[in-house]
Design a binder for this molecule. Structure first.
Ligand code: 4NP
Length: 163
């Protein structure tokens, strides 16, 4: 009832299937807030615009990439719901299609900020490309690096009161 008085902020990471990019972004964000000692200030999750992979673990290449960087991840895929638009302050898409889908589906009175995660990348690599149909795992490593830089820069901005 008094949710608006809470200082907890919500960050939801969204891609198309919730098995490649958004779980990596979520895992990196969870790792970074833990490292900063600010986990209790955040409600964090990820979701897909589509529900084809609901209940599944991330793609094995996403899991291998996180493992390689010693980042834990235990969540499973789910599809975004209308309630998410009220429960999260920041909803991050990975590419322009994600942003269009999120804006299309947002309830008209939602206050969530729909943001392109890569817009926070200090290297300016703002599109986190879908690596699902790649034959190898290089695209997953690139996604990881982009998520790392962007999440870090976003958290710095929050910490500095710029957001
Ligand atoms: P993601 O990648 O959006 O980064 O999770 C995809 C995973 C699955 C599908 C598309 C993209 N798919 O069509 O099943």
């Amino acid at each position: 009832m008094f949710e608006t008085m809470s200082s907890t902020k919500g960050a939801l990471f969204v891609c198309l299937g919730n098995i490649c990019r958004s779980p990596i972004a979520e895992a990196v964000f969870l790792h970074l807030i833990k490292e900063r000692g600010t986990s209790d200030q955040w409600k964090v999750d990820s979701a897909g615009l589509g529900g084809w992979h609901s209940g599944n673990l991330p793609d094995s290449r996403a899991r291998a990439t996180l493992k390689k960087h010693q980042i834990e991840y235990n969540n499973t895929a789910r599809q975004i719901t209308p309630e998410d638009y009220y429960e999260y302050d920041y909803i991050f898409g990975m590419d322009k299609n994600n942003i269009s889908g999120l804006k299309r589906d947002a309830p008209s009175d939602s206050k969530a900020k729909i943001l392109l995660l890569g817009d926070f990348d200090p290297e300016g690599d703002n599109i986190i490309r879908d690596p699902y149909y790649d034959s190898g795992s290089e695209g997953f490593e690139k996604c990881y690096q982009q998520c790392w830089r962007s999440c870090k820069a976003f958290l710095d901005k929050v910490q500095n009161g710029e957001i």
